[in-house]
Ligand binder design. Structure first.
Ligand code: ADP
Length: 627
């Protein structure tokens, strides 16, 4: 049996109001005129609807009481023209509001992306942000997200304005009641139905919310049953690329995924589980609600008829007042539903608000980075230990190493031995848990973060190129030096491919996300572009994490033979599995299980026959000899 899903914790009214206030404040910051325009639209639409009712009542009253046709005709035409003009204005207004909502929803999304783009990298990876992103995704309400807040907010406003309108128009009706009549009885009945109706709405709402929540706050167990999670796996997150899903096809994984989606979701177990939820089981309350609605309608008409019987109420007024009362009844229950929906919709935005309010945890430093024309930088790791956020295991333990500019340092070791982690710490994507990293004797935390980041050019294993122009990718900027872009591309071995791009050349778009003319590139070509981008940055440190893994042997040899030239007087750190490609480095650091176990030149390390390096080298040598 499925484990019970958690219900949303009940919040005090004050907290709901606070949430609504926070969301409204954010909406105002996105577009100041949005709320005022909505107020105008709601006022106008209410005026038009009551205007129509008043006009009809007037016409009926005049017909019943004898009338001059020409005069009445003129007034009707005038009234209809005014109402239709008002309708047109409302149409234009609503269209503007719709477009504004769309634009605001886009800016809202952009705000989140901008926040994620600018926050500490270590936070992106943290369990807290993971949970927050998950919540935001679930609470996005199948994409309706902030739109639900717009709709519900407008719904509440509209209902309130309509109730006020109905009261104002309905006031004269009460003058028809005599003191001694039984009009109050109808009034009591009307109020009773009204409150019961509202009560029922509240009851149903909380039941429905429980049911609703089941789909929106799934337990880990339930996630297996929800199609979007499983298909995510198939396509690699929401933003699927056509390249993803290859493995699904090759290994025919469709069946196993289907097992966890349709078969389970539509299976008896899930159905039985779902139907027992109170939200679904409360079908009986629909019956009561219908009865209450009919009773309240009878109440509304009864009151008006009573009033009419007491005085001489014209037929048009009778219909108008009955409509007002019925409207009041409907809108009163609606204001409750829309209000509750609004509080839920606002609550569903709290995840995003929390994300937007997150502040960076990493100390950003204040010390200006010394810009040395001689590039004399000396780096030292002193007893550094580090665990990834949320992880129990040390990725790097008591790590110490020194190197200075101009050196070629190679880092080798088995998968998972902490090589990439060391690079990430050096670039301050994370801060060590223990120990310190020094540049020219100063703890790197003290340097201004933005200036410090300029010291490094990195090609990560999982580098990303963007669906932008080739030149913009290389310069990582909208402004670029064409000559330099071409030179870097040539140094990275992309020259030949560039020629094939034809006229557009470095202005060609990568991938087809924004243009059908975008170019597709192979894994090796992409790696060359990533290397070209690292060269373009002209940073004193070049860090290459498995830079040639996707390159063919010829391209690899070309890169390495060029590399001394490319790296020039810069410090280069290479991470590589292929020990043969590290031989040219001045110093080789050997990692094993998060620790630095050996350092030295290739010859020195080989001499230590029982060492990790020798065993890795021998294993690879055998492999190459066999090949
Ligand atoms: P290498 O580069 O030597 O292959 P890494 O430095 O990438 O190894 O990883 C070292 C250890 O840290 C591994 O056990 C890996 O599973 C773990 N690790 C790497 N990245 C993360 C992460 N983002 N969160 C948690 N653990 C991680």
């Amino acid at each position: 049996m499925l484990e019970e899903s958690k219900l949303l914790e009940k919040l005090p009214l004050k907290q709901h109001l606070h949430n609504i206030k926070r969301v409204l404040k954010l909406l105002m910051s996105l577009d100041q005129s949005y709320i005022p325009w909505n107020v105008v639209a709601v006022l106008l639409s209410t005026a038009l609807s009551y205007g129509g009712m008043i006009l009809s009542a007037y016409v009926l009253n005049r017909i019943a009481g004898g009338f001059a046709f020409a005069e009445l005709f003129q007034k009707v035409i005038l009234g209809v023209v005014l109402l239709s003009l008002g309708g047109s204005v409302l149409g234009i207004l609503n269209r503007r509001i719709d477009v504004k909502s769309q634009m605001m929803a886009e800016s809202y999304l952009a705000l989140q992306q901008e926040k994620i783009m600018n926050m500490d990298f270590s936070m992106i990876d943290s369990p807290r942000l993971k949970e927050l992103r998950e919540r935001i995704r679930l609470e996005n309400n199948w994409g309706a997200g902030i739109f639900t807040v717009f709709w519900c907010g407008k719904g509440v406003l509209e209902a309130v304005v309509r109730i006020i309108g109905a009261i104002v128009i309905g006031i004269p009706m009460f003058s028809y009641f005599g003191k001694e009549d039984l009009g109050w009885l109808w009034g009591v009945l009307f109020l009773l139905c009204l409150f019961l109706g509202i009560g029922l709405k509240l009851y149903r709402y909380f039941q429905n919310m429980e049911h609703y929540v089941m789909f929106h706050v799934p337990t880990a167990e339930e996630k297996k049953f929800l199609w979007n999670y499983v298909w995510d796996f198939a396509y690699g997150s929401w933003h699927y690329r056509y390249g993803n899903g290859k493995d699904v096809r090759i290994y025919n994984s469709y069946e196993v995924m289907k097992k966890w989606t349709y078969d389970k979701l539509q299976g008896k177990e899930f159905f039985d589980y779902t139907i027992k939820r109170p939200g679904i089981g409360s079908a009986g309350s629909y019956g009561i609600q219908t009865a209450l609605y009919v009773l309240s309608q009878i109440g509304a008409y009864g009151i008006v008829i009573m009033a009419a019987l007491k005085g001489s109420m014209p037929v048009g007024s009778l219909i108008l007042y009955a409509d007002c009362l019925a409207n009041m009844m409907i809108q009163a229950t609606y204001v409750v539903t829309a209000g509750l929906d609004l509080s839920l919709a606002a609550r569903k935005q709290v995840g995003i608000l929390e994300l937007l309010e997150l502040s960076d945890e990493m100390y950003k430093g204040a010390l200006p980075m010394e810009k040395r024309s001689d590039n004399e930088y000396h780096i030292a790791f002193r007893n550094v230990s580090f665990k990834y956020p949320g992880s129990e295991e040390y990725a790097l333990k008591s790590f110490s190493l020194e190197f200075k500019v101009g050196e070629r340092l190679a880092i080798v070791g088995r998968n998972g031995s902490g090589k990439t982690t060391m690079i990430k710490l050096l670039c301050r994507l994370y801060d060590p848990d223990e120990g310190e990293i020094l540049v020219n004797g100063v703890d790197i935390k003290k340097f201004r973060h933005d200036e410090y980041a300029k010291l490094f050019s990195v090609v990560f294993q999982d580098y990303v190129l963007f669906s932008l122009m080739l030149a913009e990718n290389i310069a990582a900027d909208k402004d670029y030096d064409e000559e330099m872009v071409r030179r870097c591309l040539a140094d990275a071995g992309f020259e030949e491919r560039l020629e094939k791009l034809g006229e557009k050349g470095i202005e060609s778009f990568l991938y087809k996300d924004y243009t059908d003319e975008g170019v597709e590139i192979s894994g090796g070509e992409a790696q060359k572009l990533a290397i070209a981008r690292a060269i373009y940055k002209e940073a004193p440190f070049v860090l290459l994490d498995e830079p040639t893994a996707a390159l063919d042997p010829l391209a690899e040899a070309e890169i390495y033979s060029n590399f001394d030239k490319i790296a020039g007087d810069k410090t280069a750190i290479y991470i590589s599995h292929r020990l043969s490609s590290c031989r040219f480095c001045d110093k080789i650091a050997v990692f094993d299980k998060g620790r630095l176990v050996q350092t030295g030149s290739h010859e020195e390390l080989l001499a230590d026959e029982g060492g990790v390096y020798a065993s890795l080298w021998n294993a690879q040598a055998k492999y190459y000899e066999a090949g």
